[in-house]
Design a protein around this ligand. Structure first.
Ligand code: SF4
Length: 397
């Protein structure tokens, strides 16, 4: 991390934190989803939780001593169910009280079935400057398989609204499941690029424990696609998007140059972030230690703690140097730019880095062509990316 100071606020770059606000409700629960979200369709409950998130934010910034804001990300759950007024109040509180990095990125995730044009305009007026639309697919059959609550026509209408109202917007897609052909995926990506998307996320469908898809996979009702096909799709996404000047910068994320998600880069670069709302996680540097903090997962227990005036952080531990190294490597390897050795030394004790990430291990990985030859950083090759978990495991042994 550089020690560059912001000329206006006098703050150092590493004193700004990315702020994540977790919205805990969805209209319906998708069968593959393991995120912390509860199925509710109740505007008065949404309004109440909008106020509670602001209260949680007020308490948490004091508890961790927030100094400045690098980015804000409303995720979930389905934060487009929140009222724009609640979003505005949260942003007003943050920016009245804390300096923000130049051109601060403020993202809201939206589900295509949850807004009309007037609501999207209100989010924009509330201060949102980046919209992330969870399209997943434009094909009815694939949306049905994924248990989404809208069809292809609604997905296209939502994409049109977003592209009319935002310059900086991202679409999310899911890939690698049985009803989706390679042609479907290609067509989805081309359509997204034609909408003028600046950023695209494309996640491999996984069967997470505790989800309906996990149970169905156990009984053989649904099947995981094979590794060979997975690897082909990984290349297909990169090739289709690169032809449209949208480049992979992280395992599952692609953007036009300069439109990488600043908020998510904070996670991958292992910078500080503060999570607000049920289940949100934080990594905050306090008194020379990096703290791992986590909020109570259940929204109603989280609410009860807030109402009793108690902390909503149910976990608050100082990470050891070894734990920090594990996290910094696991996150940093995901970036196509890799992790510079200097960055690692800035975040983790040099002694621990040199002991665990030894020259012999790096030499071995370079000989196997899993890590490239730039000695100033650890950067995966194309083959390395397909074996990212094994490489990280080997480096951290
Ligand atoms: S809309 Fe998103 S957060 Fe909600 S259940 Fe579906 S995948 Fe999960």
């Amino acid at each position: 991390m550089t020690e560059k100071a912001d000329t206006i606020s006098g703050m150092k770059e590493d004193e700004y934190a990315a702020v994540y606000v977790h919205w805990p409700f969805c209209i319906s629960k998708c069968p593959y989803c393991a995120f912390a979200s509860v199925r509710r369709n109740d505007q008065s409950l949404y309004d109440e939780f909008g106020d509670l998130l602001l209260l949680d934010l007020r308490k948490s910034v004091a508890e961790v001593g927030l100094k400045g804001v690098k980015s804000v990300f409303f995720g979930g759950g389905t934060p487009s169910l929140a009222s724009p007024r609640a979003i505005e109040k949260i942003l007003n509180f943050l920016f009245k009280n804390y300096p923000a990095e130049n051109g601060v990125e403020i993202t809201l995730e939206a589900n295509p079935a949850t807004f009309d044009e007037s609501k999207i305009k209100s989010f924009k007026n509330a201060g949102i400057n980046r919209l992330s639309l969870g399209v997943q697919s434009f094909f009815d059959k694939n949306l049905r398989f994924l248990g989404r609550i809208y069809d292809g026509k609604q997905a296209i209408e939502a994409a049109e609204i977003v592209s009319r109202n935002f310059e900086n917007f991202s679409f999310d897609f899911m890939c690698g499941y049985e009803t989706q052909t390679a042609e479907d995926l290609e067509s989805d990506l081309v359509q997204a690029a034609d909408f003028g998307c600046k950023h695209i996320s494309c996640y491999q469908l996984t069967f997470e424990e505790g989800t309906p898809f996990y149970r169905k996979a156990q009984t053989g009702e649904i099947k995981k696609i094979n590794e060979n096909k997975e690897a082909k799709l990984f290349d297909l996404v990169e090739n289709v998007l690169r032809d449209r000047d949208i480049f992979r910068y992280e395992v599952s994320n692609y953007s036009k140059r300069g439109f990488e998600s600043r908020h998510n880069l904070a996670y991958w670069k292992y910078d500080d972030y503060l999570g607000i709302g049920p289940s949100a996680c934080s990594r905050i540097s306090l008194d020379g230690k990096k703290r791992e903090m986590e909020k109570t997962r259940d929204p109603f227990l989280w609410k009860a703690a807030l109402e009793r005036g108690e902390t909503t952080f149910f976990r608050d531990d100082a990470l050891t140097e070894e734990e920090k190294l594990t996290e910094a490597i696991a996150m940093g390897l995901r970036l196509t730019s890799g992790i510079t050795t200097e960055d690692l030394y800035n975040k983790v004790s040099r002694k621990v880095v040199d002991r665990i990430v030894s020259e012999e291990k790096l030499k071995f990985l370079r000989e196997k062509k899993l890590v490239d030859d730039d000695l100033s950083k650890i950067r995966l090759t194309k083959t390395g990316f397909k074996k990212i978990d094994a490489v990280a495991g080997f480096l951290l042994e």
